[in-house]
Design a binder for this molecule. Sequence first.
Ligand code: ACO
Length: 354
Amino acid sequence: MTTAAGDRDRGTRAAVIAGIGGYVPGEAIPNTAFEHRLDTSDEWIRQRTGIGFRHFVSAGTATSDLAVAASRRALASAGEHAVDMVILATTTPDHPCPATAPSVASRLGLGPVPAFDVAAVCSGFLYALMLAESTIRSGGAERVLVVGADSFSTILDPGDRNTAVIFGDGAGAMVLRAGNRDEDGAVLATHLGSDGGQADLIMVPGGGSRERTSESASTGWNRYFTMQGKRVFEAAVAAMSESAASVMGRVGWTPAAVDRLVAHQANLRILRSVSYRLGLPAERALVHLDRVGNTSAASIPLALADAAQRIGAGERMILTAFGGGTTWGAAAVTWPHLVSSHSHTGAQDDSLVS
Ligand code: ACO
C-alpha cells in the first residue's frame, strides 16, 4: 500500500512532525552480561549484530510506563500538550486486554481522545505513522501522538542465545500536527506491506486464540518470542530496500537527495545492506542499535529522539522497517525545526510509574 500525501486533489495539507521524545529504562547492560549463562561472547554479538548495550525493564515496570515517559518528552518537545488521538504501536502491551493506548492517554492527561494499539511488531511505528498522517491529511485530526514502545525482555527466552542478546526495551514518541506539505517536518509519502505466509519467521506461539490459555498455562515456553534469524535477515533487507525505494520514487528523490536513512535498528549488517541496495553511502544510515539493541516498535522514534539535535532542519530522511507478520514499511519525511530540545532518551530524570 502506497500513499503520497498531498499529490492528489487534497490541496497542500500535510502531517508535520512537531515533537519527538525517547526513553530507555535503567542501566545500560553490556554484552558481557550474557557470557556467564549463554554460549556467546561480546565479540560475536558486536561482529554479527553491531550491538554493544541494551536496557531492560525491571519487574513491575510495563510498556505503558516507557510510553508515558517518552510521550512526555515528545509533548514537551512539541511545546504543546493537547492532541486529538493517541496511537501506540507495541507487541508487548501491558495486558492482552484492554489495549495499552487508552491508559497512556489517561496518564498523560490528554482527555477522552480516541486511543488504540497497532500490532505490526518492528514495523508498528511506521504503521501508526501512516494512520496518523492520513487522519491528519484528511482533516480527521489536527494533532496526533504516535508512540512505539516495547518491553521485549518480558517475552524473551533467557536461555535462547539467538534472541536474548539482540533485543532491548524502550519507547519513542512523535507528535504530528496539521501543516503544509512545503514545511520542514512534513510526511511526504508512506508505503506499507505484509506477507502472512511468512508468519512463522517471527512469532510468540502461545497466549492467543490459536492456543488457548488453559492449554498453554502449563508450558511457559510457548509464550516466548521465537525468530528464524537468517531468514528474517534476508527478508528484512529485501523488503526494507524495496519499500524505501518505493517512497523515494514517489517523492522523486535520487540517492544523492537523501540525507539520512533511518532504518529499523535490528542489525548493523542489515543497515549496511539496505544502504548499499539504495545506493546510499553507509554513513548516511543512522546507527543507534550499538547502545540500545533492537527495541522493536520503539526503534525508529528512539533513534530519531537520540539524534534530534544532530539532524538539521530540512534534511530529507527515509524511514523504513521490517518486522513480524511479516510486515514492512517506509516513509519519506523532512526534519522539522523543533520548538525545544526535550527529546533526550536517558532514564535519569523521570519518575517512571505515575
Ligand atoms: N552467540 C554466539 N553464537 C550465536 C549466537 C550468539 N548470541 N546466536 C546465534 N549463534 C550461532 C548460531 O547458533 C549458529 O551456529 P551454528 O553455525 O553452529 O549453527 C551461528 O551463530 C550462525 O547463526 P546465524 O543465525 O546464521 O547467525 P547470523 O549471522 O545470521 O546472526 C542474527 C543471527 C543476529 C539473529 C541475524 O540473523 C539477524 O540479525 N537477523 C535479523 C533480525 C531482524 O532483522 N529482526 C527484525 C525483525 S524482529 C521483529 O519484528 C520483532
